[in-house]
Design a protein around this ligand. Structure first.
Ligand SMILES: Nc1ncnc2c1ncn2[C@@H]1O[C@H](COP(=O)(O)OP(=O)(O)OP(=O)(O)O)[C@@H](O)[C@H]1O
Ligand code: SF4
Ligand SMILES: [Mg+2]
Length: 333
């Protein structure tokens, strides 16, 4: 997507979140999980960005900081060039919303569908009761909960997982936000309804001109949903590029290994070389070296430099394609 004439909607710089790794009562915390460790990226208005990586790499924590459910340990998050904490919390949530992974937990079981979707309008004191009802009906229609009037006074437990997620999407849209952080919104749904919800989200993106930060561990899902993909590994952003560029020309050894696990419907696509070693661990007090070092099949390529130098900077190696890996920077991989 061209960024010409488009405003930067979200800008993240040097974002960090460290959690205490142990919670002994009265004990001083000595060890920290570096859940998100110096992450920077932006989203242009109308664009969608995928945040991809294995379980525990920091995707949800990044999303939760953006919607202000979590305070960063360090770094800045700006929306339209203004730090998020300079927004009144209420105004902020009319610009940025979140859709959670679990549609069974994210909707209040004691509220009717009407109350759930209309609640943000009530909080912001928008419209009369009739206007709110009309808005909720319009949104239910849009998200495929039809006929809307037969759902207004039902409760979440009367709905399927897919229907609940559609309600969560309607609620997220009711204030016409500019950005929706969607945290694996289809991963807990029945396989048979996933594609329908993804198609709906694509349609709504163009109807409402909303951007997504779309969190997923699945590159095939990201390919369908987003313009650019950012790959995380143990708290670090290791590669960022336009979707097709990333899928056809993955440069970071970790992205290459992820590609090996994804069926890409393209006969021209050549499988990457070796698989990664070992398994992922939690980033507790990680060494300052490349965070992928223990699992990287290319780590000897520059002698022991991958082990002695700090974690590589994310560097632009071709227009819009950023990667964090020394041998790639030096043209040796
Ligand atoms: N509240 C917390 N307290 C302590 N550690 C946490 C907390 N929340 C997350 N973590 C740790 O931070 C790391 C990143 O977690 P996060 O949930 O952001 O990962 P994720 O990429 O969303 O994983 P998944 O794909 O499993 O959802 C993990 O090691 C996790 O255990
Ligand atoms: S910097 Fe070295 S260890 Fe890290 S991903 Fe690149 S080759 Fe592997
Ligand atoms: Mg998560």
């Amino acid at each position: 997507m061209s960024s010409e004439n488009k405003k930067v909607l979200l800008e993240i710089k040097g974002l960090k979140k460290f959690f205490p790794a142990e919670r002994a009562l009265f004990a001083r915390v000595k060890h920290f999980v570096h859940a998100v460790d110096d992450v920077s990226f932006d989203i242009i208005e109308g664009e969608s960005l995928g945040l991809v990586g294995e379980s525990g790499c920091g995707k949800t924590t990044t999303g939760r900081m953006i919607v202000r459910l979590e305070d960063p340990t360090a770094g800045t998050i700006k929306i339209y060039d203004k730090p998020v904490n300079d927004y009144e919390r209420m105004n902020y949530h009319s610009i940025v919303q979140m859709i959670f992974q679990d549609p069974y937990e994210s909707l209040n079981p004691r509220m009717t569908i009407f109350d759930i979707v209309a609640e943000p309008l009530n909080i912001h004191n928008i419209g009369t009761l009739e206007e709110r009802e009309a808005k909720v009906m319009e949104l239910l229609q849009k998200v495929g909960i039809t006929p809307p009037e037969s759902f207004l006074w039902r409760y979440p437990h009367e709905l399927s997982g897919g229907q609940r997620q559609r309600i969560a999407i309607a609620r997220a849209l009711v204030l016409n936000p500019k950005l929706i952080v969607a945290d694996e919104p289809t991963s807990m749904l029945d396989v048979s309804v996933r594609t329908g919800v993804m198609q709906l989200m694509m349609q709504l993106q163009s109807d409402y001109n909303v951007s997504y930060l779309y969190i997923t561990h699945d590159l095939a899902v990201a390919r369908y949903m987003v313009n650019r993909i950012a790959v995380m590994y143990l708290g670090k952003l290791v590669e960022l590029a336009e979707t097709e560029e990333l899928l056809h020309n993955p440069l970071h050894p970790y992205t290459k290994s992820l590609m090996d696990a994804v069926p890409v419907p393209d006969p021209e696509y050549k499988r990457g070389e070796p698989n990664i070693l070992g398994s992922i661990s939690a980033p507790i007090d990680p060494l300052p070296i490349c965070r992928f070092y223990d699992r990287c099949p290319y780590r000897e390529i520059l002698g022991d430099r991958c082990k002695t130098q700090p974690h590589p900077e994310l560097k632009e190696v071709s227009p819009g394609h950023f990667v964090s890996c020394y041998p790639v920077h030096e043209g040796k991989l």
